[in-house]
Design a protein around this ligand. Structure first.
Ligand SMILES: Nc1ncnc2c1ncn2[C@@H]1O[C@H](COP(=O)(O)OP(=O)(O)OP(=O)(O)O)[C@@H](O)[C@H]1O
Length: 250
């Protein structure tokens, strides 16, 4: 059973800037509690502060909140990209990650080679990887581009490949940034069908978004982050209420 549990989770980034002092003053003015000095006397930004939550199998959770609230940082932390500086995070279940399209891809390899390589990392045989590449090819609709190095792909092609690959592997936990749902109309129709199947089988969906229509369509629960903290956690109706389609910050 897939499960994500966080207790007192905190993520910080050191602030590197040639003029960190004045930057600090400016950020302090707008967000007085978000900067501090760590044990090594470095100024750090508290990207996530004291987060505690449990996400269980069957939940489809939206991370909502203004720019800089910490939504993507939380996705990346659950994906294992960032190490918490405090608190605990426990993630049970195989993760499919649609956060950074080129992450984990080798730009010198072709789309097909990347799919096979990813399959091998996951412990599949090469034959199974090749079969998976065919499946991904059919869905992503990249045509001959599938056999070209991905450094020549457009941004849209990268998204198609990443989306097709992540969803073909039916992860138990799917982590997604909203712009994976912003493809062209034809692709999105296909993608939505696939996503619907995936979120029915896959156990947890965690998506960062500003688009309330996406939250209402896909999610059962919403967690609101502000300034790196959870300020609300509840059903979509409780968190969004009568809010309009977008929170207007993007
Ligand atoms: N790699 C990094 N290095 C330094 N600071 C970072 C890094 N990533 C995020 N931050 C800081 O952490 C905070 C949270 O950023 P994050 O990108 O998670 O917000 P977000 O809610 O996803 O915003 P948006 O809606 O704009 O995508 C911000 O103050 C940001 O500047």
């Amino acid at each position: 059973m897939a499960l994500i549990e966080a207790a007192g989770l905190a993520i910080e980034f050191p602030l590197y800037h040639h003029n960190a002092r004045s930057l600090k003053q400016r950020i302090l003015a707008s967000s007085p509690l978000r900067l501090r000095k760590d044990e090594d006397n470095r100024i750090v930004v508290a990207a996530l502060r004291d987060l505690s939550f449990t996400i269980r199998s069957g939940e489809r959770v939206a991370l909502v909140g203004p720019n800089g609230a910490g939504k993507t940082t939380l996705l990346r932390t659950v994906a294992g990209i960032y190490e918490p500086v405090a608190g605990q995070l426990s993630v049970t279940g195989e993760i499919g990650s649609l956060i950074d399209p080129a992450a984990g891809m080798d730009s010198l390899l072709t789309g097909r080679e990347n799919v096979v390589l990813r399959a091998l990392y996951r412990g599949m045989t090469e034959a199974a990887g090749r079969a998976l590449a065919e499946e991904v090819a059919g869905f992503a609709g990249l045509g001959d581009f599938l056999d070209m190095p991905i450094r020549g792909y457009s941004a849209g092609m990268n998204v198609r490949l990443a989306f097709a690959m992540a969803t073909a592997m039916t992860p138990e936990i799917l982590l997604m940034d909203e712009w994976f749902l912003a493809g062209d109309a034809e692709f999105m129709t296909k993608a939505e069908e696939r996503l619907a199947r995936l979120v029915t089988d896959a156990e947890i969906l965690l998506i960062a978004t500003h688009d309330n229509a996406i939250v209402r369509k896909w999610c059962t629960r919403a967690i609101r982050l502000e300034g790196g903290r959870i300020t609300a956690d509840g059903t979509v109706a409780e968190i969004l209420g009568e809010a309009p389609a977008s929170d207007g910050v993007d």
